[in-house]
Write a protein that binds this ligand. Structure first.
Ligand SMILES: C[S@@+](CC[C@H](N)C(=O)[O-])C[C@H]1O[C@@H](n2cnc3c(N)ncnc32)[C@H](O)[C@@H]1O
Length: 455
């Protein structure tokens, strides 16, 4: 017989929080029924109002904390809870690291049925101001210029004055552009009417080189008062290396369009990881946390177990960072990436670092890798670093047919990581060890590197 949930929508309940779900929301049980309470911490006793009810669980909004947990800390950010970018600022950092290890362990056990050793999460010494890229929407709200973030579950923009996980220079860009837009009355994009001009601002700062690239995304080719905007940036942003206009006239949620116009300076940023230099253009992916990227690549190298005689595939290679990092310890590295601009950067990066034993191919990994194998390419070690949706099954199948000795899987999504490891474990590979790395402190996201060996 179907049991009736022991609570109603609108009811206020007192509940002890026992754990966190994979999104970092508090989880408790009310008369045996599971309740998710965002922004509650394990061992908090809270009052929460039920806002939705499903067959197996309810969701409730935190009203007050009657007995705070010892794991609770004060969030640094004034926008926390409104912005939605961070989910864990109220949880102490050591607990954040434990939570991330548990998320990885649970995903591997539940989805892949794998009992792999999961090492303690590699955390940051200073888990703030680590992000190198800020990407914010621009719009008019009640006739006021707003640049910041969308309020949760809405498209109303809230002004962002300061984001404590960003490099401070990126905040400075946002505040400078806001002032310049206000002062010069530059027309702003209206999402509903698809009118106006300035849509998004992107600031990218290099940690090693202390330079900043600003991209202004516009709904038209013209950008009135561009000179004034550039001048404000030059006056306020130390290390400004370039201002680029990106044209996106389509009525879509994708932030950037295809075309870039360099308005001032250069159209790329230079960043270093270890002793390598990387050229990053506006469309190219680069890890958002340069400090932890060093730790990630170091682990990938250790798992790759290179002796100098191996051919390595770096699949989903972006601007060739891992390929170039490993090229010094391998016979040859082959990179595969779908974004043309990133492959162009990768080839330039090979020249910049005087690396000859790398070759890059443009296209979808699921198509290109199979063709490379057909034409005789073979790998001893394969590194994959896919986006959140994980690897296409065609790619996994091609990889297992190629039979490299080791596969190093780098993932920013434990669920798709587990799904893909399950496939590979059914096709001749054993997962040896998983290393979570905290690339995204204060958020519920986690990066993981896994070593798989051929059986
Ligand atoms: C998580 S990033 C990793 C980049 C790189 N390994 C790094 O550490 O900077 C994923 C990359 O995969 C690329 N990508 C996404 N889907 C792809 C596909 N189907 N085939 C090839 N590359 C793809 C993206 O453009 C992005 O550069």
């Amino acid at each position: 017989m179907k049991q009736k949930p022991p609570l109603r929508i609108g009811e206020e309940i007192s509940i002890k929080i026992e754990g966190l779900n994979h999104g970092g929301e508090g989880v408790g049980r009310y008369k045996g029924f599971t309740v998710f309470v965002p922004y509650a911490v394990p061992l908090d006793l809270v009052t929460a109002r039920v806002i939705s009810l499903q067959k197996n669980y309810a969701r409730a909004l935190l009203q007050s904390v009657s007995q705070p947990s010892y794991k609770r800390v004060s969030p640094l950010c004034q926008h926390f809870e409104k912005c939605g970018g961070c989910q864990l600022q109220h949880l102490n950092y050591a607990e954040q690291l434990k939570f991330k290890r548990d998320i990885v362990r649970n995903a591997l056990q539940r989805i892949a049925h794998l009992d792999v050793p999961v090492l303690p999460t590699i955390g940051m010494e200073e888990p703030w101001h680590y992000r190198n890229k800020s990407q914010v929407p621009v719009g008019l709200v009640n006739n006021e210029v707003r640049i910041g973030f969308y309020e949760k579950r809405s498209h109303t923009i809230v002004d962002l004055k300061c984001c404590p996980i960003q490099h401070p220079r990126n905040d400075k860009v946002v505040n400078t552009v806001r002032e310049a837009l206000r002062k010069n009355k530059i027309p702003l994009y209206d999402e509903k009417k698809h009118t106006g001009i300035v849509r998004h601002i992107i600031a990218r700062t290099s940690f090693s080189n202390a330079e900043t690239l600003v991209v202004i995304v516009t709904n038209s080719r013209s950008l009135p008062y561009a000179e004034q905007l550039i001048q404000s940036l030059q006056e306020n942003i130390p290390g400004l290396c370039g201002v680029v206009q990106n044209i996106n006239t389509r009525r879509v949620n994708t932030i950037m369009g295809q075309e870039n116009i360099t308005l001032w300076g250069r159209s790329y940023l230079i960043e270093s990881i270890a002793d390598l230099k990387f050229h990053i253009s506006p469309h190219s992916f680069f890890q958002v946390n340069p400090i932890q990227t060093g730790a990630l690549y170091q682990k990938a190298k250790e798992y790759a177990g290179l002796t100098g005689s191996e051919t390595v595939f770096d699949i989903y290679c972006g601007i060739g960072t891992i390929a170039l990092y490993l090229a010094r310890f391998s016979k040859k590295v082959i990179g595969v990436e779908s974004v043309e601009a990133a492959v162009k950067d990768a080839r330039q990066n090979a020249e910049l670092n005087n690396t000859k034993n790398v070759e890059f191919f443009t296209g979808l990994a699921e198509e290109v890798v199979a063709k490379l194998i057909e034409s005789g390419y073979q790998a001893d070690v394969v590194i994959v670093d896919p986006p959140r949706k994980g690897c296409d099954q065609k790619l996994l199948s091609a990889m297992s047919e190629m039979q490299p000795d080791r596969i190093v899987y780098i993932s920013c999504n434990p669920a798709t990581l587990a799904r893909d490891l399950k496939y590979l474990s059914e096709h001749g590979y054993e997962s040896m060890e998983a290393q979570p790395i905290d690339m995204f402190p204060q958020t519920s996201h986690v990066e993981t590197v896994v070593l798989m060996s051929r059986l």
